[in-house]
Design a protein around this ligand. Structure first.
Ligand SMILES: *[C@@H]1O[C@H](CO)[C@@H](O)[C@H](O)[C@H]1NC(C)=O
Ligand SMILES: *[C@@H]1O[C@H](CO)[C@@H](O)[C@H](O)[C@H]1NC(C)=O
Ligand SMILES: *[C@@H]1O[C@H](CO)[C@@H](O)[C@H](O)[C@H]1NC(C)=O
Length: 416
């Protein structure tokens, strides 16, 4: 079912405007578009704005009548389903459970199937798969890019048009601009945001919402809308417009067990309880909902394509896989990723990436010396923090054989 992906696209935020690339006859063209929309009224106590059509009451953004959602980022019709991964980023699942996704890796947000109301046979379906890639910023994570695949299938039709949308690895991005989206679709002449595309009779509308600063993918026949708003790097602390990814699925959407439900999709399914991630933590004997999400992403080993830190994520996946005490290891080392104060200290005071120190912690638990000196140094500098629940620097004995503090270079050639 998932093999037949007819369209896939990636939205990449380099910095808070709009760059669109397309390939025509093998030639690559870049289209830049800047959106600096003001969005709706300033509303919340943190000074956040609501989306344009929402209202502000008692410092809370409210969706228009007949709609529900998180009016700082997306409102949907009452019967539709919504999952969003926004801010630090916190995930609000389809079943409304909340957790924080604290690692700089690519993970699957969701995978579901909908009816295609435009199909000639009346039996057509649309399949969606959405990945998000996080990036570390001041001890917290934000969604940096989104990869969407859409497949249109119809048992009555043996033909299909192949469409692919993807990003190139490095863009030339102007780091001083906000809402600088880089999106690229490859399908004959189509350019993200410039035209509608039709796949087997299904109209696909990639566009930019210049009022609210979203890159949007709308597929009306499949009742689905996916939006992405970049992090505004000019305001590291106070984001006036909540950045993140939103996924609206229609009432008739189906999530297949073992494919699209939790943990195969971080968003879960609409019938999940609000305690989804807490229940998972209890089931696995993990300390909390955030470590449960971390555990499940490590166990899933999602493809890290287009992630700058792919090597570090793969290293985490490998160290996790080779552990004989995965639950204990995540309970012991997980805070290095999930605690924002510790993360910020590691990043700013110890000048290391939390994922490196997390990997060193996992390695230490397997008596491997990788990253040992960096871990000991981080423990010395950040250990005094109340939130530091890991080893004291004095208890970390780095193997004598390791005479230098340098780490093994290529993660691909990583061996114990
Ligand atoms: C606001 O709502 C109107 C009516 O539903 C709609 O046409 C318009 O596009 C919306 N504007 C924005 C910026 O979302
Ligand atoms: C980035 O964009 C800003 C605003 O458009 C412009 O003033 C600045 O010169 C640009 N910087 C670079 C390095 O292109
Ligand atoms: C869960 O953890 C507690 C305390 O660490 C331990 O006593 C208990 O045996 C564990 N349960 C399972 C099922 O592993």
């Amino acid at each position: 079912m998932w093999g037949k992906l007819l369209l896939s696209c990636v939205l990449v935020c380099a910095l808070p405007v709009a760059v669109v690339s397309s390939e025509r006859d093998g030639e690559q063209a870049t289209h830049q578009k800047i959106t600096m929309g003001k969005s709706g009224p300033v509303c919340t106590k943190q000074g956040r704005k609501c989306v344009f059509n929402a209202t502000c009451e008692d410092n809370r953004c409210r969706c228009p009548a007949g709609q529900r959602g998180q009016a700082e980022i997306e409102c949907v019709n009452k019967r539709e389903h919504l999952c969003y991964i926004a801010g630090d980023p916190h995930i609000r699942a389809f079943g409304k459970a909340l957790a924080t996704i604290a690692l700089p890796c690519r993970f699957r947000a969701t995978r579901f199937v909908t009816k295609n109301v435009a199909s000639h046979s009346g039996h057509g379906t649309c399949s969606f798969e959405v990945y998000a890639t996080n990036e570390l910023l001041r001890g917290r994570y934000v969604v940096r890019s989104v990869h969407i695949s859409v497949g249109i299938s119809d048992p009555a039709s043996m033909t299909h048009t192949a469409v692919e949308v993807y990003k190139t690895v490095e863009y030339n991005v102007n780091d001083t601009e906000i809402y600088n989206y880089q999106a690229r679709t490859i399908h004959r002449d189509s350019i993200w945001g410039s035209s509608k595309d039709t796949l087997d009779g299904v109209t696909i509308v990639p566009s930019f919402d210049e009022v609210n600063n979203f890159a949007t993918l709308d597929i009306p026949a499949c009742g689905t809308r996916i939006k992405y708003r970049a992090f505004d790097r000019r305001r590291a602390k106070h984001q006036k417009q909540l950045p993140g990814l939103t996924i609206q699925a229609p009432q008739q959407a189906t999530w297949y067990a073992g494919l699209g439900d939790y943990p195969f999709g971080a968003c879960g399914v609409p019938s999940d309880p609000r305690s989804l991630y807490n229940d998972r933590a209890a089931q696995l004997n993990l300390t909390n909902d955030n470590t449960a999400v971390l555990y499940d992403i490590l166990a899933e080993e999602p493809d890290q394509k287009d992630n700058r830190l792919a090597g570090k994520c793969s290293r985490s996946f490998n160290l996790f896989k080779s552990s004989t005490q995965q639950i204990d290891d995540i309970n012991y080392c997980g805070f290095l990723l999930t605690d924002p104060r510790v993360g910020r200290c590691i990043e700013e005071e110890a000048a290391r990436l939390p994922i490196d120190i997390f990997n060193a912690c996992l390695a230490m638990r397997q008596n491997a010396g990788y990253g040992c000196f960096a871990l000991r140094r981080a423990a010395r500098i950040c250990g005094p923090l109340e939130d530091w629940t890991g080893p004291a620097s004095g208890d970390i004995n780095c193997p004598r054989l390791l005479v230098s503090t340098t780490e093994p270079p290529a993660p691909e050639s990583f061996v114990f």
